[in-house]
Design a protein around this ligand. Structure first.
Ligand code: UT7
Length: 338
Protein backbone atom coordinates (compact mmCIF):
# COMPACT_ATOMS: atom_id res chain seq x y z
CA UNK A 1 0.00 0.00 0.00
CA UNK A 2 1.32 3.37 -0.94
CA UNK A 3 -0.38 6.73 -0.56
CA UNK A 4 0.49 10.37 -1.05
CA UNK A 5 -1.92 11.89 1.48
CA UNK A 6 -1.14 15.59 1.64
CA UNK A 7 -4.03 17.61 0.26
CA UNK A 8 -6.47 14.70 0.57
CA UNK A 9 -8.77 14.96 3.59
CA UNK A 10 -7.83 16.96 6.64
CA UNK A 11 -4.21 17.92 7.36
CA UNK A 12 -3.14 15.71 10.28
CA UNK A 13 0.03 15.61 12.36
CA UNK A 14 1.59 14.56 15.66
CA UNK A 15 0.91 17.11 18.41
CA UNK A 16 2.50 15.39 21.42
CA UNK A 17 4.94 12.56 22.15
CA UNK A 18 5.54 10.67 25.41
CA UNK A 19 7.83 7.86 26.54
CA UNK A 20 8.41 5.46 29.39
CA UNK A 21 11.23 2.95 29.84
CA UNK A 22 11.79 0.51 32.71
CA UNK A 23 14.25 1.50 35.41
CA UNK A 24 16.47 -1.59 35.10
CA UNK A 25 19.45 -1.21 32.75
CA UNK A 26 21.08 -4.34 31.31
CA UNK A 27 24.56 -3.62 29.96
CA UNK A 28 26.66 -5.66 27.57
CA UNK A 29 28.91 -6.44 30.54
CA UNK A 30 25.89 -7.96 32.32
CA UNK A 31 25.21 -10.09 29.21
CA UNK A 32 28.82 -11.30 29.20
CA UNK A 33 27.99 -13.00 32.50
CA UNK A 34 24.84 -14.63 31.08
CA UNK A 35 25.84 -15.99 27.63
CA UNK A 36 29.02 -16.47 25.65
CA UNK A 37 29.38 -12.99 24.16
CA UNK A 38 31.43 -9.83 24.53
CA UNK A 39 30.79 -6.11 24.73
CA UNK A 40 33.08 -5.72 21.72
CA UNK A 41 31.04 -8.18 19.57
CA UNK A 42 27.69 -6.64 20.50
CA UNK A 43 28.82 -3.05 19.88
CA UNK A 44 30.52 -3.91 16.60
CA UNK A 45 27.69 -6.10 15.24
CA UNK A 46 24.69 -4.09 16.54
CA UNK A 47 25.69 -0.70 18.01
CA UNK A 48 23.94 -1.61 21.29
CA UNK A 49 25.61 -0.80 24.64
CA UNK A 50 22.67 -1.23 27.02
CA UNK A 51 18.94 -1.85 27.04
CA UNK A 52 16.07 -1.46 29.54
CA UNK A 53 14.43 -4.52 31.06
CA UNK A 54 10.93 -4.58 32.57
CA UNK A 55 10.50 -5.74 36.17
CA UNK A 56 8.79 -9.08 36.80
CA UNK A 57 5.51 -7.34 37.59
CA UNK A 58 5.81 -4.74 34.80
CA UNK A 59 3.67 -5.47 31.71
CA UNK A 60 3.32 -3.68 28.37
CA UNK A 61 0.43 -1.51 29.64
CA UNK A 62 2.47 -0.40 32.66
CA UNK A 63 4.93 1.22 30.25
CA UNK A 64 2.24 2.40 27.82
CA UNK A 65 0.12 4.24 30.40
CA UNK A 66 2.73 6.81 31.56
CA UNK A 67 3.92 7.27 27.96
CA UNK A 68 0.30 7.94 26.91
CA UNK A 69 -0.26 10.41 29.76
CA UNK A 70 2.90 12.33 28.85
CA UNK A 71 1.92 12.51 25.16
CA UNK A 72 -1.56 13.79 26.06
CA UNK A 73 -0.12 16.39 28.42
CA UNK A 74 2.32 17.63 25.79
CA UNK A 75 -0.47 17.82 23.22
CA UNK A 76 -2.80 19.52 25.70
CA UNK A 77 -5.49 16.90 25.05
CA UNK A 78 -7.80 15.60 27.78
CA UNK A 79 -8.04 11.78 27.82
CA UNK A 80 -11.84 12.04 27.99
CA UNK A 81 -11.78 13.84 24.61
CA UNK A 82 -9.86 11.03 22.84
CA UNK A 83 -11.69 9.16 20.07
CA UNK A 84 -9.21 6.31 19.61
CA UNK A 85 -6.54 4.47 21.61
CA UNK A 86 -4.47 2.22 19.38
CA UNK A 87 -1.69 0.13 20.89
CA UNK A 88 0.95 -1.48 18.67
CA UNK A 89 2.65 -4.38 20.45
CA UNK A 90 3.87 -7.95 20.04
CA UNK A 91 3.92 -8.37 23.82
CA UNK A 92 0.41 -7.44 24.99
CA UNK A 93 -0.44 -7.88 28.68
CA UNK A 94 -2.61 -10.81 27.51
CA UNK A 95 -4.30 -11.71 24.23
CA UNK A 96 -7.54 -10.15 25.39
CA UNK A 97 -8.66 -7.84 26.73
CA UNK A 98 -6.44 -5.88 24.40
CA UNK A 99 -3.72 -3.65 25.81
CA UNK A 100 -5.53 -0.82 24.00
CA UNK A 101 -8.58 -1.49 26.18
CA UNK A 102 -6.45 -1.59 29.34
CA UNK A 103 -4.65 1.66 28.48
CA UNK A 104 -7.87 3.46 27.47
CA UNK A 105 -9.44 2.53 30.80
CA UNK A 106 -6.39 3.50 32.87
CA UNK A 107 -5.95 6.95 31.33
CA UNK A 108 -9.68 7.76 31.44
CA UNK A 109 -10.33 7.67 27.69
CA UNK A 110 -13.95 6.75 28.34
CA UNK A 111 -15.23 8.04 25.00
CA UNK A 112 -12.62 6.29 22.87
CA UNK A 113 -12.43 3.08 20.87
CA UNK A 114 -9.46 0.97 21.95
CA UNK A 115 -7.66 -1.95 20.36
CA UNK A 116 -4.27 -3.48 19.48
CA UNK A 117 -2.47 -3.88 16.21
CA UNK A 118 0.17 -6.56 15.71
CA UNK A 119 2.69 -5.79 13.00
CA UNK A 120 5.84 -6.41 15.08
CA UNK A 121 8.54 -3.75 14.55
CA UNK A 122 6.42 -1.96 11.91
CA UNK A 123 3.50 -1.74 14.36
CA UNK A 124 3.89 1.92 15.24
CA UNK A 125 3.93 2.98 11.58
CA UNK A 126 0.96 0.72 10.81
CA UNK A 127 -0.82 2.33 13.78
CA UNK A 128 0.05 5.85 12.64
CA UNK A 129 -1.40 5.17 9.20
CA UNK A 130 -4.65 3.78 10.67
CA UNK A 131 -4.99 6.74 13.01
CA UNK A 132 -4.17 9.14 10.19
CA UNK A 133 -6.89 7.63 7.98
CA UNK A 134 -9.57 7.89 10.66
CA UNK A 135 -8.68 11.45 11.69
CA UNK A 136 -8.05 12.72 8.19
CA UNK A 137 -11.34 11.28 6.94
CA UNK A 138 -13.26 12.75 9.88
CA UNK A 139 -14.26 9.41 11.46
CA UNK A 140 -12.28 10.41 14.55
CA UNK A 141 -11.28 13.87 15.81
CA UNK A 142 -8.03 12.60 17.30
CA UNK A 143 -6.16 9.43 18.24
CA UNK A 144 -3.49 8.17 20.59
CA UNK A 145 -1.04 5.70 19.06
CA UNK A 146 1.22 3.81 21.47
CA UNK A 147 4.08 1.43 20.69
CA UNK A 148 4.89 -0.62 23.79
CA UNK A 149 7.04 -3.72 24.23
CA UNK A 150 8.28 -6.00 26.97
CA UNK A 151 10.33 -8.20 24.65
CA UNK A 152 12.47 -9.35 27.58
CA UNK A 153 9.50 -11.54 28.58
CA UNK A 154 9.57 -13.52 25.30
CA UNK A 155 13.31 -13.70 24.68
CA UNK A 156 15.29 -16.86 25.39
CA UNK A 157 17.98 -15.62 27.76
CA UNK A 158 20.18 -18.59 26.80
CA UNK A 159 20.15 -17.66 23.09
CA UNK A 160 22.95 -15.19 22.39
CA UNK A 161 21.66 -14.65 18.85
CA UNK A 162 18.55 -12.87 20.15
CA UNK A 163 18.93 -11.91 23.83
CA UNK A 164 21.63 -9.30 23.13
CA UNK A 165 19.39 -7.49 20.66
CA UNK A 166 16.07 -6.68 22.30
CA UNK A 167 14.94 -4.23 24.98
CA UNK A 168 11.77 -2.90 26.59
CA UNK A 169 10.06 0.49 26.42
CA UNK A 170 7.06 2.49 25.26
CA UNK A 171 6.41 5.59 23.20
CA UNK A 172 3.13 7.35 22.43
CA UNK A 173 1.96 9.99 19.98
CA UNK A 174 -1.20 12.11 19.81
CA UNK A 175 -2.58 12.45 16.28
CA UNK A 176 -4.75 15.49 15.50
CA UNK A 177 -5.70 17.90 12.72
CA UNK A 178 -2.99 20.56 12.40
CA UNK A 179 -2.82 23.97 10.72
CA UNK A 180 0.55 23.36 9.03
CA UNK A 181 2.69 20.42 8.07
CA UNK A 182 1.63 16.91 9.06
CA UNK A 183 1.67 13.61 7.20
CA UNK A 184 2.67 13.60 3.54
CA UNK A 185 2.59 9.88 2.74
CA UNK A 186 2.73 6.26 3.86
CA UNK A 187 4.09 3.07 2.36
CA UNK A 188 3.28 -0.25 4.07
CA UNK A 189 3.79 -3.85 3.04
CA UNK A 190 3.97 -7.48 4.07
CA UNK A 191 5.63 -10.59 2.63
CA UNK A 192 5.13 -13.77 4.62
CA UNK A 193 7.78 -15.62 2.58
CA UNK A 194 10.22 -14.76 5.36
CA UNK A 195 7.66 -14.91 8.17
CA UNK A 196 9.15 -17.90 9.97
CA UNK A 197 12.61 -16.31 10.02
CA UNK A 198 11.35 -14.22 12.94
CA UNK A 199 8.53 -15.74 14.95
CA UNK A 200 7.14 -16.84 18.28
CA UNK A 201 5.73 -20.25 17.33
CA UNK A 202 3.50 -21.30 20.24
CA UNK A 203 0.70 -19.88 22.33
CA UNK A 204 -1.62 -19.22 19.38
CA UNK A 205 -4.11 -21.50 17.64
CA UNK A 206 -1.43 -23.26 15.53
CA UNK A 207 0.44 -24.54 18.57
CA UNK A 208 -1.70 -23.95 21.67
CA UNK A 209 0.24 -23.82 24.91
CA UNK A 210 0.97 -27.29 26.28
CA UNK A 211 3.59 -28.95 28.43
CA UNK A 212 5.21 -30.02 25.14
CA UNK A 213 5.41 -26.50 23.66
CA UNK A 214 6.99 -25.27 26.87
CA UNK A 215 9.44 -28.17 26.94
CA UNK A 216 10.37 -27.53 23.30
CA UNK A 217 10.99 -23.83 24.06
CA UNK A 218 8.42 -22.70 21.49
CA UNK A 219 7.36 -19.69 23.59
CA UNK A 220 10.57 -17.76 22.93
CA UNK A 221 11.41 -15.53 19.97
CA UNK A 222 13.08 -17.54 17.20
CA UNK A 223 15.11 -15.62 14.68
CA UNK A 224 17.25 -16.42 11.69
CA UNK A 225 19.24 -13.24 12.23
CA UNK A 226 21.29 -13.39 9.07
CA UNK A 227 18.22 -13.80 6.83
CA UNK A 228 16.23 -11.10 8.63
CA UNK A 229 19.24 -8.79 8.34
CA UNK A 230 19.44 -9.39 4.60
CA UNK A 231 15.72 -8.77 4.03
CA UNK A 232 15.65 -5.75 6.38
CA UNK A 233 18.51 -3.94 4.66
CA UNK A 234 16.80 -4.36 1.29
CA UNK A 235 13.30 -3.32 2.44
CA UNK A 236 14.41 -0.32 4.51
CA UNK A 237 15.82 1.18 1.33
CA UNK A 238 13.07 0.20 -1.14
CA UNK A 239 10.24 1.30 1.18
CA UNK A 240 11.74 4.75 1.72
CA UNK A 241 12.61 5.23 -1.96
CA UNK A 242 9.14 4.11 -3.11
CA UNK A 243 7.46 6.49 -0.68
CA UNK A 244 9.61 9.50 -1.57
CA UNK A 245 8.96 8.87 -5.28
CA UNK A 246 5.21 8.58 -4.68
CA UNK A 247 5.04 11.95 -2.90
CA UNK A 248 7.34 13.66 -5.40
CA UNK A 249 10.18 14.18 -2.92
CA UNK A 250 13.85 13.32 -3.06
CA UNK A 251 16.17 12.19 -0.29
CA UNK A 252 17.61 15.73 -0.16
CA UNK A 253 14.21 16.96 1.07
CA UNK A 254 14.53 14.80 4.21
CA UNK A 255 15.79 16.68 7.29
CA UNK A 256 15.73 13.81 9.80
CA UNK A 257 15.66 10.03 9.39
CA UNK A 258 14.13 8.26 12.39
CA UNK A 259 14.42 4.58 11.51
CA UNK A 260 13.41 1.57 13.57
CA UNK A 261 16.46 0.92 15.75
CA UNK A 262 16.87 -2.78 14.91
CA UNK A 263 20.62 -2.86 14.40
CA UNK A 264 22.92 0.09 13.75
CA UNK A 265 24.40 -1.74 10.78
CA UNK A 266 20.94 -1.94 9.16
CA UNK A 267 20.41 1.81 9.69
CA UNK A 268 23.91 2.67 8.43
CA UNK A 269 23.36 0.52 5.35
CA UNK A 270 19.98 2.14 4.65
CA UNK A 271 21.31 5.67 5.14
CA UNK A 272 24.28 4.99 2.86
CA UNK A 273 22.12 3.49 0.12
CA UNK A 274 19.47 6.20 0.39
CA UNK A 275 22.16 8.88 0.24
CA UNK A 276 21.51 10.36 3.69
CA UNK A 277 24.43 12.08 5.44
CA UNK A 278 25.22 10.98 9.00
CA UNK A 279 23.98 14.24 10.55
CA UNK A 280 20.43 13.53 9.32
CA UNK A 281 20.32 10.05 10.86
CA UNK A 282 18.93 9.70 14.37
CA UNK A 283 20.37 6.93 16.56
CA UNK A 284 19.56 5.87 20.11
CA UNK A 285 20.01 2.10 19.71
CA UNK A 286 23.09 2.29 21.97
CA UNK A 287 20.80 3.07 24.95
CA UNK A 288 17.72 0.96 24.23
CA UNK A 289 18.53 -1.88 21.84
CA UNK A 290 15.75 -3.07 19.55
CA UNK A 291 12.42 -2.16 21.18
CA UNK A 292 10.27 -3.20 18.20
CA UNK A 293 7.03 -1.17 18.05
CA UNK A 294 8.33 1.29 20.67
CA UNK A 295 11.47 2.11 18.74
CA UNK A 296 10.27 4.91 16.44
CA UNK A 297 8.32 6.88 19.07
CA UNK A 298 11.31 6.53 21.43
CA UNK A 299 13.41 7.97 18.61
CA UNK A 300 11.01 10.88 17.98
CA UNK A 301 10.96 11.72 21.71
CA UNK A 302 14.75 11.62 22.06
CA UNK A 303 15.18 13.67 18.87
CA UNK A 304 12.82 16.31 20.32
CA UNK A 305 14.66 16.31 23.67
CA UNK A 306 18.00 16.72 21.90
CA UNK A 307 16.66 19.62 19.80
CA UNK A 308 17.15 17.66 16.60
CA UNK A 309 13.46 17.69 15.63
CA UNK A 310 11.86 21.11 15.15
CA UNK A 311 8.67 22.40 13.51
CA UNK A 312 8.94 22.59 9.73
CA UNK A 313 11.44 19.73 9.47
CA UNK A 314 10.71 16.86 7.09
CA UNK A 315 10.89 13.52 8.90
CA UNK A 316 11.26 10.12 7.26
CA UNK A 317 10.44 7.07 9.39
CA UNK A 318 10.97 3.46 8.27
CA UNK A 319 10.76 0.04 9.89
CA UNK A 320 11.05 -3.63 8.95
CA UNK A 321 10.04 -6.45 11.27
CA UNK A 322 8.31 -9.76 11.87
CA UNK A 323 5.79 -10.81 9.25
CA UNK A 324 7.85 -9.74 7.36
CA UNK A 325 6.14 -6.35 7.62
CA UNK A 326 7.58 -3.02 6.62
CA UNK A 327 6.52 0.57 6.50
CA UNK A 328 7.57 4.16 5.97
CA UNK A 329 5.92 7.44 6.87
CA UNK A 330 6.94 10.89 5.67
CA UNK A 331 5.78 14.08 7.34
CA UNK A 332 6.49 17.69 8.11
CA UNK A 333 6.84 18.08 11.86
CA UNK A 334 4.17 20.49 13.03
CA UNK A 335 5.37 20.85 16.60
CA UNK A 336 3.97 19.82 19.93
CA UNK A 337 1.07 21.86 21.28
CA UNK A 338 2.27 22.00 24.92
O1 UT7 B 1 13.58 -5.75 14.57
C1 UT7 B 1 13.56 -6.27 13.28
C2 UT7 B 1 13.97 -7.66 13.22
N1 UT7 B 1 15.28 -8.00 13.67
C3 UT7 B 1 16.41 -7.57 13.06
O2 UT7 B 1 16.39 -6.70 12.23
C4 UT7 B 1 17.67 -8.26 13.42
C5 UT7 B 1 18.45 -8.60 12.17
N2 UT7 B 1 19.65 -9.40 12.42
C6 UT7 B 1 20.73 -8.90 13.10
O3 UT7 B 1 20.68 -7.79 13.62
C7 UT7 B 1 21.98 -9.73 13.15
O4 UT7 B 1 21.82 -10.83 12.30
C8 UT7 B 1 22.40 -10.23 14.57
C9 UT7 B 1 22.86 -9.05 15.41
C10 UT7 B 1 21.24 -10.92 15.25
C11 UT7 B 1 23.55 -11.19 14.42
O5 UT7 B 1 24.63 -10.55 13.78
P1 UT7 B 1 25.33 -11.22 12.50
O6 UT7 B 1 26.44 -10.34 12.14
O7 UT7 B 1 24.26 -11.49 11.48
O8 UT7 B 1 25.90 -12.55 13.11
P2 UT7 B 1 25.69 -14.04 12.58
O9 UT7 B 1 24.37 -14.56 13.03
O10 UT7 B 1 26.01 -14.08 11.12
O11 UT7 B 1 26.83 -14.75 13.36
C12 UT7 B 1 28.23 -14.49 13.14
C13 UT7 B 1 29.03 -15.25 14.18
C14 UT7 B 1 28.60 -16.70 14.36
O12 UT7 B 1 29.75 -17.44 14.65
P3 UT7 B 1 30.41 -18.35 13.48
O13 UT7 B 1 29.34 -19.28 13.03
O14 UT7 B 1 30.82 -17.37 12.43
O15 UT7 B 1 31.54 -19.00 14.21
C15 UT7 B 1 27.70 -16.65 15.57
O16 UT7 B 1 27.66 -17.88 16.26
O17 UT7 B 1 28.84 -14.62 15.46
C16 UT7 B 1 28.38 -15.58 16.41
N3 UT7 B 1 27.46 -14.91 17.33
C17 UT7 B 1 27.88 -14.29 18.44
N4 UT7 B 1 29.11 -14.13 18.98
C18 UT7 B 1 29.20 -13.43 20.12
C19 UT7 B 1 26.12 -14.77 17.22
N5 UT7 B 1 25.65 -14.07 18.27
C20 UT7 B 1 26.73 -13.77 19.03
C21 UT7 B 1 26.88 -13.05 20.24
N6 UT7 B 1 28.13 -12.90 20.74
N7 UT7 B 1 25.85 -12.49 20.88
Amino acid sequence: MIAAVEGKGRRVGITGVGVQVPEKVLTNADLERMVETSDEWIVERTGIRERRIAADDEAASDLAIPAARQALERAGVDAADLDLVLVATSTPDMLFPSTGAIVADAIGARNAAGYDTLAACSGFLYGLSQAFGLVSGGVAENALVVGTETLSKIVNWNDRGTCILFGDGAGAAVIEPVADGGFIGFELGVDATYGLDLCLPAGGSRHPTSAETVQNELHWVQMNGREVFRVATRLMVSSANDLLAAVGATIDDVDLYVAHQANQRIIDHAARNLGLPQEKVFLNIDRYGNTSAASIPLGLADALDEGRLRPGMRVLMSAVGGGVTWGSAYMTWSGERG
